[in-house]
Design a protein around this ligand. Structure first.
Ligand code: UTP
Length: 409
């Protein structure tokens, strides 16, 4: 544990001495809690506030073609066989990244607990487990499932899974781990306080998941189980196919370090991350980074050259993850609404953004890989993300897509 003097020195080094403003008013337990939090907080991320785009400079972008559905259909039998074999041999595991706050959806509970049912309860987590269970049945082998939470939603998520009896999944094959937190700051990089004894923090993005798995001792578990491939997926896509045998087989047979499920863009400017090459290595550019030239470019068939968007379902080769786990990923500095206490100690809930959160993203891990297989899936069958209550990518739109796919709600 840090002493007051050590904490005070650490804060001074990072220009954050205001964190101890109320120290003398705190009781012993609060004092101890705050010193512990100061000890474990990485304040070095805050310097990105001064130059928020410096960490995100781009190299030379060129197209990366996807394996498209006609080819996948033609080679389906081979892909499926290779995928099922890998699953039966225990070489494939699933990793659910569910540490986010889901602020846009606006529910107090973790997003996985959200009920999208109309005539019966259908929780988001239930949809994911049902989809994974389809593959378990087909392969006749239980797929190990790792679930990442954060300190903000861990207890509720675990309790929910217990109460729901893991939706029938074999609980001896489910492991939870928590991601790290990052401080949240004002526009000048000074951390906000969420209470007199607590620095405001938020989950540090979905990019730190493998490091967090290692910290939790779960990379040893992967070795013990003989896992060679990890299918990473987001909590919010309720049509998500997880450890899809065809995708697993196609990625393994391609010899690539990672497979990325992609959908054909609905139109050139669509707000999705585009798969491409950057300085000759696989990469994803965000929609707001697309230049007019990139948007207008065509391939030899006359189709848009940057025509495929990622849906946050990646199959990573485990040994490659171990190779890159200590590399620094770019830092994304994101403007958000951060609740805090003002200089007089009064709580403030801002109506509009008032500062930055600091996040690393899983999509940046793709750029660290040697090679990537973009694998096309049909959007209406596999992509129903829930980000908002209504409108685009919402509970409403996801319900409609479930209905189209014959899922009773
Ligand atoms: P989003 O960027 O949509 O998630 O995450 P969010 O931060 O939960 O949502 P908003 O912006 O506040 O509404 C995509 C996926 O990455 C996970 C989320 O849980 C979701 O599955 N994620 C996000 C993490 O696991 N950790 C994070 O720190 C952030």
């Amino acid at each position: 544990m840090m002493t007051y003097e050590e904490a005070s020195k650490k804060l001074a080094d990072f220009g954050q001495s205001h964190v101890l403003r109320w120290y003398e008013e705190l009781d012993d337990a609060q004092k101890q809690g705050l010193l512990e939090q100061i000890g474990s907080t990485d304040f070095s991320v805050l310097h990105y506030s001064a130059d928020k785009d410096s960490a995100l400079e781009r190299g030379v972008i060129t197209p990366l073609g996807a394996m498209e559905t006609p080819e996948i259909e033609r080679r389906q039998a081979d892909f499926r066989e290779a995928g099922i074999r890998a699953i039966r041999e225990g070489k494939t595991a699933a990793v659910l990244l569910a540490g986010g706050m889901g602020t846009r959806l606006g529910s107090e509970d973790p997003k996985c607990m959200y009920n999208i049912g109309l005539t019966r309860p259908v929780y988001i987590m239930q949809r994911l487990i049902e989809n994974l269970t389809d593959v378990v049945k087909e392969a006749g082998a239980v797929i190990p499932l790792f679930i990442m939470t954060s300190e903000k939603n861990h207890e509720k998520t675990v309790k929910f899974m217990e109460e729901m009896n893991y939706f029938g999944y074999d609980r001896s094959k489910v492991w939870f781990f928590m991601q790290d937190m990052a401080p949240a700051s004002d526009y000048d990089g000074h951390v906000y306080m969420e209470a007199k004894d607590r620095i405001a923090t938020s989950p540090n993005g979905n990019g730190g998941w493998f490091l967090s798995m290692r910290k939790a001792g779960l990379v040893d578990k992967l070795h013990e189980l003989g896992v060679e491939w990890l299918d990473i997926f987001a909590v919010d896509n309720v049509l998500q196919r997880i450890c899809d045998p065809c995708f697993v087989g196609a990625t393994i047979l391609s010899g690539c370090s990672v497979g990325a499920k992609v959908v054909r863009k609905a139109f050139r400017e669509e707000r999705v991350g585009t798969i491409c090459l950057e300085d000759g290595k696989p990469s994803i550019v965000e929609y707001y980074e697309m230049t007019p030239e990139l948007l207008a470019a065509n391939d030899e068939k006359g189709d848009p050259a940057y025509n495929f968007g990622v849906i946050m379902n990646y199959l990573f080769r485990e040994s490659e993850l171990e190779r890159i786990v200590d590399e620094k990923l770019p830092m994304h500095v994101v403007e958000k609404k951060i609740p805090y206490i003002d200089a007089d100690g009064n709580p403030v809930r801002p109506e509009s953004p008032n500062g930055y959160k600091y996040e690393q993203l899983v999509l940046d891990m793709v750029h660290e890989m040697q090679s990537c297989l973009p694998y096309e899936v049909v959007r209406e069958k596999e992509f129903a993300p829930i980000k908002n209550p209504t409108g685009v990518d919402s509970v409403e739109s996801a319900r409609e897509l479930c209905r189209m796919n014959g899922i009773e709600l």
